[in-house]
Design a protein around this ligand. Sequence first.
Ligand SMILES: Cc1cc2nc3c(=O)[nH]c(=O)nc-3n(C[C@H](O)[C@H](O)[C@H](O)COP(=O)(O)O)c2cc1C
Length: 256
Amino acid sequence: MSNKKKNLDIIKHLQDHRSIRQFTNEKIPKEDIEQIILSAQAAPSSSHGQAYSVICVTEEEKKSKLAEYAGGQQQVENCSHFFVFCADLHRLEKIARRSNINMKEPLDSTEMFLIATVDATIVAQNTAVAAEALGLGIVYIGGLRNNPDKVSDLLKLPYRCYPVFGMCIGYPDSKNIPEKKPRLPHKAVFYKNEYLNFEKTLTYIEEYDEIMKTYYEKRTNGKRSDTWSETMIDKRKIPRRLHLKSFLKDRGFPLI
Ligand SMILES: Cc1cc2nc3c(=O)[nH]c(=O)nc-3n(C[C@H](O)[C@H](O)[C@H](O)COP(=O)(O)O)c2cc1C
């Protein structure tokens, strides 16, 4: 790896991200999928544990079931490849058992849950960046957690392996590429040396609310004109997916 040369293409590429929800019918060639996998696996992981698994779903019937489980998200069905990113402690438990070591207590811990979830997430973002570099579009699908039991059964996920989210990958339909979604002003989220108190970030948030309001007005031809603050409060004011607590416990993530 060169340590001097700046790769500005990567910087530009990262800053050009937008989620794609409309795909063409074209399938991604095998060589590109291989490059995506190699890039995904290059991700760092906690203690080099690689506590994740990725299921690449191409069978139309399975994709259509997953689309339904994700709350009727058509892009899951219409994308070329649908990846499911799983936090996975199953392998570790098995190799320990092979050496007659019982790992129940550590594997039950919240820390191990976090390690596996973070490992899976970093691999997913590498996947996204690699796919976009190859001219593909992606969208994460957290909607899989609407029905994590059904997803796990369909994909035959073993004990101590759960689906964190999915990702649609495919060729963007050029007629339906959204504008880049504006982010919070960096001063509202990146702080120097210490946390900036809320009163100081409020003006940036207010500024952003207006930007997002205009963004949604334009994107929806005036059908939507909510601010970012309103959207977030509305989305988060009711607890969601409360089934996850018992799902995770049953699947080997009791979070002790
Ligand atoms: C973990 C995660 C789960 C997401 N789940 C969904 C989803 O189920 N369906 C969907 O259409 N978009 C989903 N998204 C995409 C976000 O809505 C999107 O990233 C966000 O609105 C920012 O837009 P952008 O990616 O176009 O910049 C998800 C994103 C992340 C990171």
